[in-house]
Design a protein around this ligand. Structure first.
Ligand SMILES: [Mg+2]
Ligand SMILES: [Zn+2]
Length: 248
């Protein structure tokens, strides 16, 4: 192990990074495919978090229950190697690892799945869109950045509900001194903004054939991407990286 790395931060995107599916889409594929189809057709017109919130209201109106949504989340694909990888890293004292989740999903989806996997104490912080069950069993979801308040100022192309780059910088500012190393596990185009802010000693573990890889390869050089890049397809490869980081 590299002796200069005593304190590290591992940042996880959730959908298609920690988990092997997209929770926003999955629950409708399981419970109401007609709503999933409708989301696909409205996705260009309606902001994504608002569209998920609207679809949750429609599911509730059709009689969809909290138990059904929780049941769908609990069976969502999640690789056992990912559970092993993060559990092993969390248990090590050298380096000591802080875990941050930065996700465009929502607090209820993420916490329900983490609990099912026995990972409910993994993350030191989960930064995502707020959601809560109301007494009737409706899951009420809001954007992290309230559309009626001050908007984020990102120029990299983050969606209006959240700039993951600004969120990462704010987290790092709250956790001084600087981490010896930051490892970012992501897949989507909205993971590109925080990855651009990583240093040369940091590492992005980028899932292949998705938006983040496309942006890194197309825009990374022009935008001055500084961190090391490791590619992976399945969670077993993330487990491998975690076991031999210093050879990257
Ligand atoms: Mg993702
Ligand atoms: Zn951004």
């Amino acid at each position: 192990m590299n002796p200069s790395v005593e304190r590290q931060l591992i940042v996880f995107d959730f959908d298609w990074s920690m988990a092997d599916q997209d929770s926003d889409r999955w629950i409708f594929e399981v419970l109401a495919p007609e709503l999933r189809r409708k989301m696909k057709s409205l996705k260009e017109e309606v902001q994504w978090t608002d569209l998920v919130a609207m679809s949750l209201r429609e599911l509730h109106a059709k009689g969809g229950t909290r138990e059904q949504i929780e049941g769908a989340l609990k069976i969502m694909p999640f690789h056992p190697a990912m559970v092993r990888a993060v559990t092993t890293a969390k248990a090590k004292s050298n380096p000591r690892t802080t875990f941050l989740c930065l996700s465009n999903a929502n607090s209820v989806f993420i916490n329900t799945i983490l609990k099912e996997k026995g990972l409910d104490t993994l993350f030191d912080e989960i930064i995502t869109n707020p959601a809560e069950w109301d007494p009737s069993g409706l899951l009420k979801l809001r954007r992290r950045v309230d559309p009626s308040g001050t908007q984020h100022t990102c120029q990299v192309g983050c969606s209006p509900n959240m700039c993951k780059g600004e969120e990462l910088e704010a987290f790092l500012a709250r956790h001084q001194p600087a981490f010896d190393r930051v490892i970012y596990v992501g897949d989507g185009s909205n993971d590109y903004c925080p990855v651009l802010r990583l240093r040369s000693e940091d590492i992005v573990l980028c899932r292949t054939y998705r938006g983040l890889q496309r942006r890194i390869q197309k825009e990374g050089e022009n935008d001055g991407l500084k961190c090391k890049v490791g590619y992976w397809g399945g969670a077993w490869e993330v487990e491998e990286y975690f076991a031999k980081f210093d050879e990257l």
